[in-house]
Design a protein around this ligand. Sequence first.
Ligand code: EPU
Length: 419
Amino acid sequence: MTEIMKIEGGHLLEGEVTVSGAKNATVALIPAAVLANGPVTIVGIPQIADVKALADILKILNVEVTEVANDHLIIDPSHMENTDLDDDIVTKLRASYYFMGALLGKYGYVRMKMPGGCYLGPRPIDLHLKGFEALGAKVTYDKACYTIEAKKLKGAKIFLDIASVGATINIMMAAVYAEGRTTIENAAKEPEIIDIATLLNKMGARIRGAGTNVIKIDGVKSLSGCFHEIIPDRIEAGTFIIIAAAMAKRMVINNIIPQHLEALLSKLKEMGVNMEVGIDRVIIERSENLKSVDITTKPYPGFATDLQQPLTALLTQAEGEGRINETIYIERFKHCLELEKMGADIELIPAGAIIKGPTKLYGTSVSATDLRCGAAMIVAGLIAEGVTSIKNVYHIDRGYSEIDKKLSMLGAKIWRENI
Ligand code: EPU
């Protein structure tokens, strides 16, 4: 039996929705917690499958995980053991690679399988590994496992050829206990990086400059437990904002940090979306006459690649030609083929797509080929005439916290079936 998500489109949405804690922060905060020597309490945990997979990895490492209420996790690594992570669970998600930095940082040794995650074209981890090597580690690969070990980690100056989110966070984690100062140049500046540095600093680390392109980490001898609340998920927020622009009679989206969404909000303004942006919420009403825009995905604070896919679905409803240039994952266009099945007029070009609109969308059977493709299918399904059936729902469940429940509360006709 497989689960499918069904949406009967064409119903206007109304009401309030509250954004959950950031997935891409959570998936790094959980591995980061093992660097402490006492319990770490994290609040604002989203209800997503990636969290369950990370909790299973923690159990393999004999880390105690206690769920208090449904968004509150206590991670206690007091009795932790550095077991090899050669279980298939590691390949379920991309973020399992954060255990490389965390375990190397804590024990000077880690052995684990290659991480998995959404297929968005090649996703190398060479920059992570080069960073570990710069700190004095030796990296070997055999039997589908990486072994990364160091007698002693020593601070170093590391220049990232690409401002990689994963490499920046992984190197930060590996460097917290290293002797002396580590400097990461051309570091990624995503808000999630600041969130991880904040957690580590609360634990006693000395990290300065997170959120800029130069991060300095002075090694410490010990880290203790702490309490931390996760920042709101800017991609979930952006997805609801896009949904509202397409289908809201009036929607209030709570728990957002508008500064994290500036690139999206300014594009939507250009498209003619009616918005009222408050301190921590945005109110949106759908507009009849949307105009197309061009977007180029860029590292933060540029337009997020993760919002490119849901925005494509909205562009099918806008007047004119909208061009997407994807500079982060040049193959991240599988959603376009699915949208075409629903009636979209899209021309794929190298590392890009041209969307011509407006076109009427019709419900049909489509696939969530990856997480944000799933988000695009939800946006399109809510707009379309008739019923859209989305296969491979597990991709959506990896990253969106109770999205069908949240949409139902707003008046959407959305349900699941087992086939
Ligand atoms: N890259 C390399 N070598 C590396 C690392 C990255 O060439 O060692 C390249 C990648 O191939 C890509 C670019 O650098 O072209 C940026 O990749 P980055 O490392 O920043 O991405 P990531 O850390 O693997 C995170 C998010 C992604 C999000 C990207 C870009 C997590 C768990 N994942 O991935 O989120 O798209 O940053 O912002 O934080 C998603 O949420 O759907 C998702 C895929």
